[in-house]
Design a protein around this ligand. Sequence first.
Ligand code: IMP
Ligand code: MG
Length: 361
Amino acid sequence: MVTIVVGGHFGDEGKGKIISYLAINDDPDIIARAGVGPNAGHTVHFNCKTYKLRMVPCGFVNEKARLLIGAGVLVNPERFLLEVEKTGTKGRVFLDKRCGIIEKKHMEQDTKDSHLRDKVGTTGSGSGPANAERAHRTLKLAKDFPELKEYLTDVPLEVNRAVDSGKKVLVEASQGFGLSLYYGTYPYVTSKDTTASMAAVDIGIGPKKVEDVLVVYKAYTTRVGEGPLENMITEENIDDFPLWKEIYLEAVKSGIKRKSVNETLAAHLGEKGTVTGRERRIAAFDTKLAKYSAMINSATQAAITCIDKLFPECAKVRDYDKLSKRARDYIEEIESEIKVDIVLISTGQDVNDIIDMRNGR
Ligand code: IMP
Ligand code: MG
C-alpha cells in the first residue's frame, strides 16, 4: 500500500505536520522522501520539540520506520548529516546511490545569479543549479561521495519489495502544485515537477502501485518568493473579505502592525519561510488552483491545515462536531468545490492536534 502526500498550493501547506501524524498513526514500514531537495523546509512539532527538516523525512517521528530518500531528491551532504544527527536516525535513514549532490558552487549560483535570486526568488539552496547540471549530465551523484557510503541503498528495490510483500509505504513529496516546473506559474516555479506522479518517479515506483494521493492545503493560500498570487489580501481589497478584515483587526488589537496589511497578516499568522526566513504573502484560499491541482494529482483524499489560524475557536479541537459552524461551513464549501473528501483537519501545531475522518465523520 502506497500513499503519496503532496502540496496542493505553493508549498508550506503544512505537509510536515500531516506526514508526521500519518507516520505515527498509520505505522508505515517505509517513509520515503520525494520532491526537489533541501529547498523544502518541513516543520514538525513533536514531544515539545520543533524540528525544521530539509532532508530527513518528517516521518522520522515514528521510531520503527525505515527512512529513505529517493533518487530524484537532491542531497546536500552537510545538511543531511546534520539532520541525521539532530533526529538521531543513523542506522535507519538511507538515500539512493543515484541522488544528485548539491555542492557549494550550486548554492553560490543560486544566490548570486540575479535571474534566480531576484526574478524567481529562489530559496538559495542550490537546487535549481544542481538540477540544471543533472540535465547537462555533469552533476555528481551520492555514490561519488565517501562520507555518504554508509547511507547508500537502492531505494526503488527496497520500496517495490516492501509493496509487493504487503507492507505500507508513506511517500512525502515537497513544495506544492503551483511551483511545478510544468504546471505551476512559470517562470516563478521550482526546478522540477511537484505532482504525485513525479513523487512516484523520485522513489522509483510505477503509477499502478499508488493507492492513495493525499493533497494537503492550508486553510488560506500563502506564497514565498516571487510570482502571482490570486486574491492576495491588500489595503485595496480587504473590505471584500470580511473574515480577513476580522483577522486583521484582531492582529492590530494584539499590537501587531507592519508596513502593509499583508505583512501585518503574515506576522500575525506566523507565516515565515522555514528555509529562508522570508515572510510569506497571504491570500484567500485559491479554490481554482486547488481544484486544478486535485485533478493533476489524481487526489483521492485531501487535508486542510491551520484551520485554527482562521478560526481561533477551533484550536486543538479533535472532533469534527466540535468545530464552530463557520469553520465547518468553510471546510464543506472547499470540499464541494474541489470534489475530494477532506479527511484530515489540522487544528494546531502539535502532531496530535488533528481531526481524522478517514473512517467517517
Ligand atoms: P527554488 O526551488 O529554490 O529554485 O525556488 C523557486 C521558487 O520556489 C521560489 O519562489 C521559492 O520560494 C519556491 N519554493 C521552493 N521550495 C519551496 C518550499 O518548500 N516551500 C515554499 N516555496 C518553495
Ligand atoms: Mg515549507
